[in-house]
Design a protein around this ligand. Structure first.
Ligand SMILES: Cc1ncc(COP(=O)(O)O)c(C=O)c1O
Length: 304
């Protein structure tokens, strides 16, 4: 299919099995283990103001996730990069949520062995998604600690980006029922992990602290740690209990599709003035400024 045949490319463009197609037409078979076993990995990179942000870091993490799941596809890293760029270029989107996905696929012979599956690479660029709605980011989010605990890392490695979202989905329902904005999951020992699609930080005794366990090693989390160095803010990666997180002076969530997202309440705990904290806002402002850094950007060359 040529790009001229795609009527509304700004609704999203996908790449599947060698073709660029409208995102709405990108479908997988009901037998794909990506569907029936949640046996897939993926990564999401942002395009902001016509440029990818930290694309090479996302490609690194995607390659590591595929390796951990013993997946391989014919596309090389250079192929994948080019496909992602082409999805964005063809969509014309200057601000886009761009995903790369690897599905386990289906077995090529009659067996239930995962090693017999033909793995599949898919990519797409779609209009931007905010993980927390913009007004929530402005006022600060109200999160709850749900009853559902984060899947233990020994069962599903959270550093391999995955679709095992049962724990997160229960948490989201509980947050919705409680009238809160979102959920922040802890582990069975009462230590803070992460939320549905985001890492978290707490500011404790002037130190910016993030959990060392039960969470994806987010690229935004890494950016925050680098921002702290630039801002001369001490930072730490270590266990944080629910109680300690609640006693913090400030807290925020962070993710590719949302940036720095202030937290103003956690259960009954109200941080500061029930509004985004000053250190959080400093980090948030510099985070967006860094999107102009040439060493972190990859400009997309559009057709128009
Ligand atoms: C479970 C989970 N944790 C954390 C994050 C944040 O990671 P990143 O900053 O790389 O987007 C995501 C992103 O989607 C996620 O799904």
């Amino acid at each position: 299919m040529t790009e001229k045949q795609i009527l509304n490319p700004a609704d999203g463009i996908a790449w599947m099995e060698g073709d660029f197609i409208p995102l709405s037409e990108a479908k997988i078979g009901v037998g794909d283990w990506g569907l029936v076993r949640s046996d897939a990995t993926y990564d999401v990179v942002s395009v902001w103001d016509g440029a990818f942000f930290r694309l090479e870091d996302h490609l690194d993490r995607f390659a590591a996730s595929m390796k951990a799941l013993r997946m391989s596809v014919p596309q090389s890293r250079d192929d994948m990069r080019q496909i992602l760029i082409d999805c964005v270029r063809r969509s014309g989107l200057r601000t886009s949520y761009v995903a790369m996905v690897c599905l386990r696929g289906t077995p090529v012979r009659p067996t239930r062995l995962p090693s017999a599956c033909e793995n599949k690479f898919i990519a797409y660029a779609r209009p931007w998604v905010w993980v927390f709605p913009e007004p929530v980011i402005q006022r600060g989010a109200h999160l709850i600690i749900p009853k559902s605990i984060r899947i233990p890392p020994e069962s599903v490695d959270p550093t391999v980006k995955n679709y095992h979202w049962g724990d997160m989905t229960y948490g989201l329902f509980e947050a919705e029922d409680a009238g809160a904005d979102n959920a922040l999951l802890a582990d069975a020992d009462g230590y803070i992990c992460e939320g549905p699609g985001f890492n978290v930080f707490a500011i404790i005794n002037d130190t910016v602290v993030t959990p060392n366990r039960g969470a994806l090693e987010g690229i935004t989390r890494r950016t925050v740690l680098e921002l702290c160095q630039t801002l001369n803010l001490p930072s730490e990666i270590r266990p944080i209990s629910i109680e300690e997180f609640k006693q913090a002076d400030e807290a925020f969530a962070c993710t590719t599709a949302g940036g720095i997202m202030p937290i103003r309440r956690l259960d009954d705990r109200i941080y500061g003035n029930d509004a985004p904290g000053p250190v959080t806002l400093k980090i948030k402002n510099l985070f967006w400024d860094w999107h102009a850094r040439p060493d972190l950007r990859l400009e997309v060359t559009y057709d128009d």
